[in-house]
Design a protein around this ligand. Structure first.
Ligand code: GDP
Length: 525
């Protein structure tokens, strides 16, 4: 489509995801960002209701019961002339596969860290996925209103555990009960935590790093300490380097307290300023498609069962990679070469007044799906004919044998399994010779959601027999000899009929490798 404003619109997009360990404050900060963007009017909306209709789904009872977020959603708002798209990711590590795929659809990531806990296990895992993509990572060190670790120590931990340079954009003045404010290094100013105690001013500009005049904070020794620390990191630390930030080799670090809404706005202002606009996306052939390319293209990174259990419709989340989406347009689905009309499409504009009919590269659209789309599918307009890079699959570690409890209900059983596999909710394998179903997951909870949804959405009661932890390794079909299968491994095939072994443990795998040194054992990611 010919859109004369395409470049300007694309350049205004900021599409990112927040990564963190559960309880670091992702939900709280998301909510504050939405408040600043005018997308919600009241705190408490994000966790309680999720985003509008999405909360109505019955199977999400599981989510409510456990107080975790099973699904991802998209939140959009305008701020400072930029259109911000936040892609939410499930907090629970059992759904990390979902998160990994969502991270393929963003242009940058924000890492939220609890100042008392530092880098936690899941932060580290997710960080590595982002790092591998080479996209910018911004850090928000949260909960300054509580006593936490020393800022210097936290920065050191970032560099040591994550192997990334850090640049403090601001520096806490005190913490916990003694929190006075932030020394905003980037903007050369002080931001007060309780402005009412400081002549009512929230921000005080600094000259040569000093507070001018007879400002009360000048008298405090804590301020002197902070000046010393800031000087130290300025001299000994890394220099601010936008190019390194762009490659994901340096992370700008912000301190703050999401709960008391302190430092969040400053973060958002700098973030929309520094975060990258939509980048060119790579195709399978390795070329990159410019976001300014006029013809529309995008890829499906997530499929979500729709909210109404009476209808088995789903929403395919598409990251727009080039051009302009327009309601009602015709596109091609690359995998099947089928023509599709994009008429029933959800926009994730939380502000209802702006009923956007268009989306451009960088945006996420939700395409109503009756079973045509799969995770990783590319759609494109006209002659563009691209196929975007495959989304990474992750090697599952937990396996179950599954059968239908009621043999009369085989049909709904198969339908349910195939749809949930297409959605990426679970991975499906079969025993090589006997075609028994085996499902694989990254976390136990995925099985529970699978079982629950099979029953509630497909009316298929499943019997699951745990097989426990296995190490899955793929081999070249040419090298396969069925005699390689032994009591210590299970020979299976994936849904593309590729052979793999499920090894009991490391020992069994090593034994195999020793016995068949020419056979290469491959994992997914
Ligand atoms: P998520 O699991 O990462 O989404 O974390 P939440 O946003 O749900 O926060 C987890 C808990 O930490 C909640 O009880 C929040 O109220 C609390 N919390 C979040 N941010 C802050 C903060 O800045 N200061 C304090 N004291 N608590 C916070």
């Amino acid at each position: 489509m010919n859109n004369p404003n395409l470049k300007q619109q694309v350049d205004s997009r900021r599409t990112f995801a927040i990564i963190s360990h559960p309880d670091a404050g992702k939900t709280t900060i998301t909510e504050q960002l939405l408040l600043f963007g005018g997308a919600i009017r009241q705190a408490g909306t994000v966790k309680g209701k999720k985003t509008g209709n999405f909360a109505k789904s019955d199977w999400m009872d599981i989510e409510k019961q456990r107080g975790i977020s099973v699904t991802s959603s998209v939140m959009q708002f305008d701020f400072d002339g930029k259109r911000v798209n936040i892609l939410d990711t499930p907090g629970h590590e059992d759904f990390s596969e979902d998160t990994y795929r969502t991270l393929m659809a963003v242009d940058s990531a924000v890492m939220v860290i609890d100042s008392a806990k530092g880098i936690e296990a899941q932060t580290k895992k997710l960080f590595q996925v982002v790092k591998r993509r080479g996209i910018p990572i911004f850090t928000f060190i949260n909960k300054l209103d509580r006593d936490g670790r020393e800022p210097l120590e936290l920065l050191e931990e970032l560099e040591e555990l994550l192997d990334i340079e850090s640049y403090p954009m601001n520096w806490p003045i005190g913490m916990g009960k003694g929190l006075e404010g932030l020394y905003d290094i980037y903007n050369e100013r002080i931001e007060f935590y309780r402005p009412e105690q400081y002549e009512g001013e929230r921000f005080v500009k600094l000259t040569d790093g000093k507070i001018a005049g007879a400002h009360p904070l000048k008298e405090k020794s804590i301020y002197e300490d902070v000046l010393g620390e800031v000087e130290l990191v300025r001299e000994a630390g890394d220099q601010f380097d936008l190019e390194k930030i762009g490659r994901g080799d340096q992370t700008p670090v912000f301190f703050g307290s999401a709960l008391t809404n302190f430092g969040v706005e400053t973060f958002l202002e700098s973030f929309v300023d520094l975060a990258p606009k939509p980048h060119a996306h790579k195709t399978e052939e390795g070329e990159a498609v410019s976001p300014y390319e006029e013809e529309f293209s995008g890829f499906v990174f997530k499929i979500q069962a729709n909210m109404n259990p009476n209808h088995r419709d789903r929403i395919a989340f598409v990251r727009v990679c080039s051009g302009t989406f327009e309601r009602g347009m015709d596109v091609f689905l690359g995998r099947t070469a089928k023509k599709m009309k994009l008429s029933n499409v959800t926009q994730f504009m939380a502000d209802a007044r702006e009923n956007v009919e268009e989306a451009v590269a960088g945006d996420i659209i939700g395409v109503y799906d009756t079973g045509n789309y799969q995770i990783g599918d590319t759609i494109y307009e006209g002659k563009l004919k691209v196929a975007y890079e495959e989304l990474p699959s992750f090697t599952p570690e937990l396996f179950m044998k599954v059968t239908a409890k009621n043999v009369m209900k085989q049909k709904s059983f198969h339908k349910g399994i195939y749809q949930l596999v297409q959605e990426g909710a679970i991975q499906l394998y079969k025993t090589y010779l006997t075609d028994e179903y085996i499902i694989g997951a990254v976390g136990q909870l995925q099985f529970e959601v699978f079982q629950y949804r099979m029953l509630n959405e497909y009316n298929a009661e499943v019997v699951m027999t745990p097989m426990g932890n296995k190490i899955a390794r793929w081999i070249d079909p040419e090298q396969l000899d069925e005699r390689m299968s032994s009591s210590r491994n299970i020979l299976a095939k994936d849904r593309f009929d590729q052979p793999l072994f499920l090894f009991e443990n490391q020992f069994a795998m090593r034994w195999f490798a020793d016995k068949y040194p020419d056979v290469e054992l491959k994992s997914l990611m």
